[in-house]
Design a protein around this ligand. Structure first.
Ligand SMILES: [Zn+2]
Length: 195
């Protein structure tokens, strides 16, 4: 793989946000399959499939998951329905960044809706939260789009600490909410005034 420090740090930022989100939403997130959980769900699904007298728990599990062997690897998928044209895969938290990143690049830095639309063609647990998390760390998108958009709170604080010395610090506190996950961005502009 080519060495790309910029990209590496974007991945690190994303994974950090994801980690923080998962700590906060340990029990109420519907997309996070850490690799160990993914593997245990695969095992449970396989057991439920061969269970002769299926419990309601087996049935709930089988309504949500199925296992498909792809190139000798057991993949967790959404059970196929009659009209389904393609297989829809579950992804692990470890794969999340690379998959979302690929979708984002293929859509030419596409926005949330385009990315979600595209992700649903092949994956079933890439959520709005995960996409928004990704967009908040894509440096190109953050540069291109105004940080303050509809629904975001922007508050500018004028610090007079250095005003007497002819310098004014403007601290722009901007918050972004990602499904109840609040990120506060502090932008500090130091302006030198000739008084
Ligand atoms: Zn982007």
């Amino acid at each position: 793989m080519a060495c790309n420090p910029g990209k590496f740090s974007t991945k690190q930022k994303f994974n950090k946000l994801l980690e923080e989100y998962l700590i906060k939403h340990r029990d109420d997130n519907n997309f996070a399959l850490i690799p160990q959980k993914y593997d245990s769900v695969v095992q449970e699904v396989k057991e439920s499939k061969v269970e002769k007298s299926k419990t309601p728990r087996d049935l709930r599990r089988l309504a949500r998951y199925d296992v498909l062997v792809v190139s000798d690897r057991e993949k967790l998928i959404q059970p196929l329905k009659k009209d389904d044209a393609a297989v829809s895969y579950y992804v692990t938290t470890e794969e999340l960044f690379d998959i979302i990143d690929e979708i984002h690049q293929k859509t030419g830095h596409g926005g949330r809706n385009r990315m979600l639309h595209k992700s649903k063609i092949k994956y079933c647990n890439i959520t709005r939260t995960a996409v928004m998390m990704y967009l908040s760390v894509c440096e190109d998108c953050q540069r291109k789009r105004p940080v303050t958009s509809k629904g975001h709170v922007s508050q500018t604080i004028l610090s007079k600490t250095f005003a007497s010395r002819g310098q004014v610090d403007l601290i722009d506190m901007q918050s972004k909410e990602i499904d109840g996950f609040l990120i506060v961005v502090e932008l500090i502009f130091a302006i030198s005034l000739v008084l």
